[in-house]
Write a protein that binds this ligand. Structure first.
Ligand SMILES: Nc1ncnc2c1ncn2[C@@H]1O[C@H](COP(=O)(O)O)[C@@H](O)[C@H]1OP(=O)(O)O
Ligand SMILES: [Mg+2]
Ligand SMILES: [Mg+2]
Ligand SMILES: [Mg+2]
Length: 419
């Protein structure tokens, strides 16, 4: 552990992110630095060192009397809070999915569906993070907002969300405060309005990723990640309907479902049952011959250009049919080697959001995989609520990435020359 005695402001911290298991991982990183989030000038904020250093601080900081033993940050507290938050949110989603009423589903302004479970899940995650990490102001970049629930037409829905949230929190037993009011729930949902960015810590949440899968009774995920200075440092994916056994080839020998995947920078990826079995370390497939690979893609045709993914698969000689499932459950399944490739090529004009990939990205990269855009560039989560990327997202192991990139490039060239 790195320690240093320095006179600093109360928010000066030493952060050590241990070395990643995968040098080419697009989410992982390795460095050690000292900084003050608010009080240092921009140029001094993230000096990077190979090893822990005593740093010379600007006099306006050094003059503060507080002496801090700056300890290595391991994100342990945040990791535990994230697992608890995603697991509780998944419990709410499972309950709602069982008793789904038509009236629990609304259409948003982009005509995508949103349910009481999306809102409830977001409120629970926000509540749990606030409670567990009360020492830090919470910055949360999340998909939903309370706009429609604040209208007269949203009153009944808000009552149902509040009931689900309070019932779910009560099942945990560790929060003894009085039940949340509808206004508390609205406030918790709206905590998710942060814009994120390249500086400081931001939680990133998709309260239900794959709402269409959720409504069909298929796959969906609660996806929660933490960014630190624009990098994903931890991620949790709760996949309540994903079989615990492999889904390779779309078949599974076991009925038990409900997986929790989690990964922290430099520590690998683990999976356990949502009911709390002991965790197992998972690893991506080590297939090196693309003919033996199988690939995942969206269930929804509207979410990815399936003619393009078929062309890429043909070039790679992939024999197995695509495995089409909803949500970031694909990243979870990939992280344990159920398939070898995930391809996602949204139709023109669609902008990817960071909450649709942040948790999945670290889950798969810490399991030894690589996630890039269609040009092979790492995914950049530091640009705000959207991912700014070239054409699509591809994920695979390190052996297959070069041939996948080549097939992607050729297929994209053919597609553009045929237009
Ligand atoms: N037109 C679209 N193109 C691509 N992705 C979309 C589109 N509409 C919604 N999504 C998002 O795609 C993800 C589902 O991915 P998949 O297709 O892999 O199952 C979800 O994050 C979903 O949002 P949401 O979180 O609202 O469900
Ligand atoms: Mg949505
Ligand atoms: Mg989503
Ligand atoms: Mg969503």
């Amino acid at each position: 552990m790195a320690t240093a005695a320095v006179s600093v402001s109360s928010c000066l911290r030493a952060v050590v992110a241990s070395s990643s298991s995968s040098s080419t991982s697009s989410c992982s990183y390795s460095y050690c630095y000292f900084y003050s989030r608010r009080h240092l000038p921009t140029t001094s904020r993230t000096p990077k060192f190979a090893k822990p250093h005593f740093v010379s601080l600007p006099s306006f900081v050094a003059s503060r009397p507080l002496v801090v033993a700056a300890a290595a940050m391991s994100y342990d507290k945040e990791f535990a809070a994230a697992k608890k938050a995603a697991s509780l949110a998944a419990r709410l989603c499972q309950k709602v999915q069982k008793e789904l009423l038509q009236s629990d589903v609304q259409s948003k302004s982009d005509r995508s569906p949103v349910t009481v479970a999306d809102y409830g899940s977001q409120a629970i995650v926000s509540f749990v993070l606030e409670r567990e990490l009360s020492t830090e102001p919470l910055s949360l970049v999340a998909e939903e907002d309370s706009g429609d629930l604040r209208k007269d037409s949203g009153k009944d829905t808000l009552q149902r969300i509040t009931k689900h949230v309070n019932e779910t929190i009560a099942t945990d037993g560790s929060y003894s405060a009085s039940p949340l009011s509808p206004e508390d729930v609205l406030r918790a949902i709206d905590t998710g309005k942060s814009e994120g960015g390249s500086f400081g810590r931001h939680w990133v949440l998709d309260p239900i990723d794959g709402t269409k899968g959720f409504l069909r009774g298929d796959q969906y995920a609660v996806a929660l990640a933490l960014l630190d200075d624009g990098k994903v440092v931890l991620g949790v994916l709760a996949c309540p309907n994903l079989p615990l056994a492999s889904i390779a080839g779309n078949v599974t020998s076991e009925n038990a479902v409900g997986c929790l995947f989690y990964a922290k920078v430099g520590s690998g990826t683990f999976m356990q049952s949502l009911d709390g079995s002991s965790p197992v370390k998972v690893h991506v497939s080590d297939i090196g011959n693309s003919e033996d690979a199988s690939f995942f893609e969206s269930y929804e045709k509207a979410h990815s250009m399936q003619d393009l993914t078929s062309s890429i698969a043909r070039k790679l000689g992939v024999k197995a049919p695509p495995v089409r499932i909803d949500s970031q459950a694909k990243y979870g399944a990939l992280s344990r080697g159920d398939g070898a490739i995930y391809m996602r090529f949204p139709h023109k004009g669609y902008r990817e959001k960071i909450w649709d990939h942040a948790a999945g990205c670290i889950v798969v990269t810490e399991a030894g995989g690589v996630a890039t855009d269609a040009a092979g560039q790492p995914l950049d989560f530091s640009k705000g609520r959207y991912l700014d990327l070239d054409t699509g997202i591809i994920v695979t192991n390190q052996k297959l990435m070069p041939s996948l990139l080549k097939a992607v490039r050729e297929s994209l060239e053919e597609k553009s020359s045929s237009l």
